[in-house]
Design a protein around this ligand. Structure first.
Ligand code: NI
Length: 258
C-alpha cells in the first residue's frame, strides 16, 4: 500500500530538528511520496533544497495569500524559473485568504492570477488555499480558465455545491485532518461523494493534526489516519482508497515519478 501526502510543509521550523526521523516514519507507514508547498520566495528555495535531499519528497513553489503584500515583480520571475526544477511539481500554495486578510482582496487576487498564468506557461497544476473566500476563488478560477493548468483545492472544507463547481472546472479535491474532527460531519459528507478519480489526501503538516492528535504537531505519517477516515465514509478499504488517491496524485502531479 502506498499513500501520497499531497500537502505537507516540511520546511516549517517545527521540523528543523528531526526532519530525517519525520520522513523515515512516513516512509515506514507507506507514505511513498510527499509534496511540500512553499509560501513565499524564501521558502520556495527551502522546499527545493529538501526535495533535492530526499528522493520521495517533491516541491511546489508559490506565494501564499498571507504573503501577497508588496511582492516585487522579480519574485514572480524567480518563482517561474524555480518551477522548471525537476522536482518542482506544482505552483503553490496560492489562493485567497479573507480570514487573515494580510493583503487587500484585489492584491491577493492579482497575486493569485499572476501565478495561475505562470502555472499555464510552465505546464504545472496549482495548489489552492481558500479561507473564507470561496465565491471569489471560484470566480477567479473560472475567469482564468484553470482547466488549462489543473489543480487541487487543498484541505477542502466547503459545501458539496462548492465542490461540484470546482470539479466542473477540472479541479481535484483534497481532504486533510479536519475530516476526522468530531464535529465535521459536513466535511465527511462531501468526502463521501467526490468522484473516485478526483479525490486526494494530505496532512497540511505541521498544522491540522487528525483526531486523536488534534492540537499536536502534525506529520506526513498521519495521512494514513486521514485516508482511513475518508475510506470509511466512502465504504471502501484503506488499500483501495490508497490506490485510488495515489493514482490521482500521480496523474495530477505528473512530474512525481514512481
Ligand atoms: Ni498549506
Amino acid at each position: 500500500m502506498m499513500l501520497v501526502d499531497t500537502h505537507c510543509h516540511l520546511m516549517d521550523q517545527q521540523f528543523a530538528d528531526d526532519l530525517d526521523d519525520v520522513i523515515r516514519r512516513a516512509e515506514a507507514e507507506g507514505i511513498g511520496r510527499m509534496i511540500v508547498p512553499a509560501v513565499d520566495l524564501a521558502t520556495a528555495h527551502e522546499v527545493i533544497r529538501i526535495a533535492e535531499a530526499y528522493p520521495n519528497v517533491y516541491a511546489a513553489v508559490g506565494i501564499h495569500p498571507e504573503s501577497a503584500n508588496d511582492v516585487p515583480a522579480s519574485h514572480f520571475d524567480e518563482i517561474e524559473r524555480l518551477a522548471k526544477h525537476e522536482k518542482v511539481v506544482a505552483i503553490g500554495e496560492i489562493g485567497l485568504d479573507y480570514y487573515w486578510d494580510s493583503a487587500p482582496h484585489a492584491v491577493q487576487q492579482d497575486v493569485m492570477a499572476r501565478q495561475i498564468e505562470i502555472a499555464k506557461r510552465v505546464g504545472l497544476p496549482i495548489i489552492v488555499h481558500n479561507r473564507e473566500s470561496t465565491e471569489d476563488i471560484i470566480q477567479l478560477l473560472d475567469r482564468m480558465n484553470v482547466a488549462e493548468s489543473g489543480g487541487v483545492m487543498h484541505c477542502f472544507s466547503g459545501s458539496e455545491n462548492d465542490a461540484r463547481r470546482c470539479l466542473a472546472m477540472g479541479m481535484y479535491i483534497s481532504f486533510g485532518g479536519p475530516v476526522t474532527f468530531k464535529k465535521a460531519d459536513d466535511v465527511r459528507a462531501v468526502a463521501a461523494v467526490i468522484p473516485d478519480d478526483r479525490i486526494l489526501v494530505e496532512t497540511d503538516s505541521p498544522y491540522l493534526s487528525p483526531h486523536p492528535f488534534r492540537g499536536k504537531r502534525n506529520e506526513p505519517s498521519r495521512v494514513k489516519i486521514v485516508a482511513q477516515q475518508v475510506a470509511d465514509v466512502r465504504n471502501v478499504s484503506l488499500e483501495a482508497l490508497a490506490a485510488q488517491t495515489t493514482a490521482n496524485a500521480l496523474r495530477l502531479f505528473s512530474k512525481v515519478g514512481l
